[in-house]
Design a protein around this ligand. Sequence first.
Ligand code: DC
Length: 209
Amino acid sequence: MPMNIAIDGPVGAGKSSIADQVAQRLHILHLDTGAMYRSVTLFALRNGLFNADGSVKADDLKEMLPQVNVSFKLNAATGLPETYLNGEMVERDIRGMEVSSHVSPIAAIPFVREALVAQQKAMGNEKGVVMDGRDIGTVVFPDAELKIFVTASPEVRAKRRYDELQAKGQPADYDDILKNVQQRDYIDTHREVSPLRQAEDAIVLDNSH
Ligand code: DC
């Protein structure tokens, strides 16, 4: 019987890489929920839904949210999933610093989380997915057959993001990235709705080395 696997942890701990490999080995789907929050953020940036101070024009976003459709398709050449926003492949756009530095306030909005969690639950209903994020073992799939909580030190995680961006030829500054990692850790663990926390029945995996 196929099972659902929940992988949670802070930014840059290696959740996505682990999930990709698990998905390939078990021939199941990998759903990267961070990519969904990132896609909504890209949509908000493109539609002028941020105020100058970085806060979100929440009323406007709420009205436009039904127009946002995020989906995943497997790239046959790489064997890896790619993220589509309203039919456009946005994998590269959603990984840059601009989206990274705007995503936390978007992910803290209750109506955004409600909409995306509902989609995620529907995607896992058939069973047989590996899903990574912050609240998968606690909120999305509290009954997942396997829950893994991946951690690593902030410095190691920042260095990985830095190397990843460099490898893709995207501009990167280590100190900026470390600051962004620490800021996102703070917001992700302190927000009111579904803060990042380890499920009681999760297996902890320290992925620093
Ligand atoms: O894993 P990531 O860096 O791609 O996630 C982007 C942001 O989305 C991150 O700041 C936390 C948020 N997120 C979340 O709140 N809940 C999830 N299930 C996944 C991501």
